[in-house]
Design a protein around this ligand. Structure first.
Ligand SMILES: *Cc1c(COP(=O)(O)O)cnc(C)c1O
Length: 359
């Protein structure tokens, strides 16, 4: 072993060495239906107004460390209860990281599984133990298993994606309320797909001191800005805020997000269109033989192919210029599954045409 390799082996934690870096494929010229992005650009007029504002930004100065103007804007756009505190993150990924860094090493992070992969990954980065509790075959919370796991592991924090990624469904409200009632630890409801879901636990913040609501502007149409937020009890957020790096939301993101949220109607119109096209895509997919298509409350759809077919179909789609996500490499509930983001009507048509020629 070389000296360099020897150093790496000794200095890097074994659980980090055992990981592989999160691979994000280079889309090149492909139709990009893999990452739950909003496919619509802004109208020319809006881009010009935005650029006029950016012209006056002082990039030589540090940004407002508390992003107060943006927070005020978020409070009204996102219906944050008056008496709740807000903390912003460089994407909600950073918020997950901040929450986990605040916990005692070795404590347990729990989530239903399968769910958003970052809960597990960041728990590992932060030296925590991750417990995934399998959901049922129809993608609901397995409340017997959840109750047992909560009693056994006493998780410091439970993450629940609502709607869940990658299954796309909203878990039953009564099950989540039950989890809130029986948990001593924190419960973070991750509402990344709120814009497509028509439901929220925001109003429950006043009822449960251990509840936190996390959202992001990524999926509604601002993925490039990297902005997420956490809403909850001031006493919790005061602790997390100590870990947040002082200037984590850069000045361009602060100004651009505030500007975009001042034009909230445009984003509501776009996300409304995506919901409409989701229904059409579901209907067309359901006409294809050999696929199980799962309903969705998000801007993506999960499909199950015939046994052992997901990788072939994924690769064939790619060779026809369409990039989706292959989930079928894992065993269990996601076996043989593919996940496709709802695109523009033209992108959806191209995806459907390619898919029906392949299966
Ligand atoms: C995409 C996603 C996020 C991460 O969003 P960013 O704000 O872009 O970091 C968080 N949670 C879930 C469930 C997601 O699907």
């Amino acid at each position: 072993m070389s000296r360099l390799e020897n150093n790496i082996t000794h200095l890097i934690r074994p659980e980090i060495q055992a990981l592989s870096a999160y691979a994000i494929p280079d889309p090149g010229e492909l139709v990009k239906l893999d990452a739950m992005e909003n496919p619509y650009a802004w109208p020319e007029k809006l881009i010009n107004e935005w650029l006029d504002i950016l012209r006056n930004v002082s990039v030589n100065r540090y940004p407002d460390p508390n992003a107060n103007a943006l927070k005020t804007r978020l409070r009204t756009s996102m219906d944050i209860p008056q008496d709740m505190e807000l903390m912003l993150g460089n994407g909600s990924d950073e918020i997950i990281q901040i929450i986990m860094m605040a916990l005692n090493p070795g404590q347990v992070v729990l989530s239903p599984a399968p769910s958003f992969v970052m809960y597990n990954m960041i728990a590992t980065f932060a030296g925590l133990k991750y417990v995934g509790v399998p959901i049922t075959d129809d993608f609901e919370l397995d409340m017997d298993a959840m109750t047992r796991a909560i009693q056994e592991h006493r998780p410091a924090v439970i993450f629940i994606a609502y709607p869940n990624n990658p299954t796309g469904n909203l878990f039953k409200r009564k099950d989540i309320l039950e989890i809130l009632n029986i948990s001593d630890g924190l419960v973070v409801i991750d509402e990344a797909y709120h814009a497509f879901a028509d439901d929220t636990f925001m109003a429950e913040l006043n009822q449960f001191e251990n509840l936190l609501i996390m959202r992001t502007v990524s999926k509604m149409g601002l993925a490039g800005l990297r902005l997420g937020f956490l809403a909850g009890h001031e006493k919790w957020l005061c602790e997390f805020n100590k870990i947040r790096l002082p200037y984590n939301i850069n000045v361009l993101t602060q100004i651009s997000a505030e500007f975009a949220l001042n034009h909230h109607a445009l984003f509501s119109e776009q996300t409304g269109r995506i919901c409409h096209d989701r229904a059409k895509l579901l209907e067309e997919l359901n006409k294809l033989q050999g696929l199980t298509v799962f309903p969705s409350n998000a801007n993506f759809i999960l499909l199950r192919t015939a046994a052992g077919e997901s990788t072939r179909i994924f690769e064939s789609l790619k060779s026809k210029g369409i990039l989706i996500k292959n989930m079928g490499v894992t065993e269990g509930l996601l076996r043989d599954c593919l996940r496709v983001t709802v695109g523009t009507p033209e992108e959806n048509r191209r995806f459907l045409a390619a898919l029906s020629a392949i299966i």
